[in-house]
Design a protein around this ligand. Sequence first.
Ligand SMILES: [Zn+2]
Ligand SMILES: [Zn+2]
Length: 262
Amino acid sequence: MHVSVLASGSKGNSIFVEINNTLILVDAGISARRITNSLSDIGVDIRDIEGIVVTHEHRDHVSGLVTLCKKYGLPVYSRLATFKSMYCIDKLPLECLHPIKEKFAIGNLAVEAFNISHDAADPVGYSIKGRQQKCTVATDLGFVTSNVQEAIDNSDVLVLEANHDIDMLKNGDYPLALKRRIMGKQGHLSNSDAAWALVRMKKQHSYVFLAHMSEENNRPDIAKKTITDIMWQQGIKLGEDIDIKMAKQDEIVTMSADKKSS
Ligand SMILES: [Zn+2]
Ligand SMILES: [Zn+2]
């Protein structure tokens, strides 16, 4: 399994996932040109991508879709309400749109969409399963519901939101309404909430990307310290139980998790 976060944050999100020789993207919220170039930087041809799964309709998750669909005819999978709410829906070729329910297949992968709490039409996270391995993406969520907690269990690779430090957000310059939106049940996940989700996660060992980090209300060192402190207090060992990397807005970050065949 190879997972590369091509971009992560409020300016655009896209994640490349390869398991059992099937290549997909989760979200396409940066330009098609940047996605194509980032893929070629990691040795992947955009023409080998078998589908794009979209979490929700916010622009930072869909802005590259139109060009990718028109130019390469890539199939896009998402909830019907999400398609209907996309600002670019009129420009997307109909034959590329695949409305989903909970479970569907792309190539060799079994994909499961799970509901998340966020201020969008019908937002989801995804568990992407190969024969032996599982990658889960859970970003843009106000809090970790029990079904999200269940979905992230047993993930070999997990892309989890760690959006803000609560004190930085509270004391920062954002208008009160925006602070309330971010902190609300349909907003974004704080560092400490991400930490507790990791503490509760059932798994022998996981590679975790901390993602969708706010540039205004978070710092990589603060996120990492908050999360490692809570995990350490709960007896979870970094490097042994969990490996953590910070996803970035403007840089590709990669993890490979290879399963030794038993
Ligand atoms: Zn977002
Ligand atoms: Zn969003």
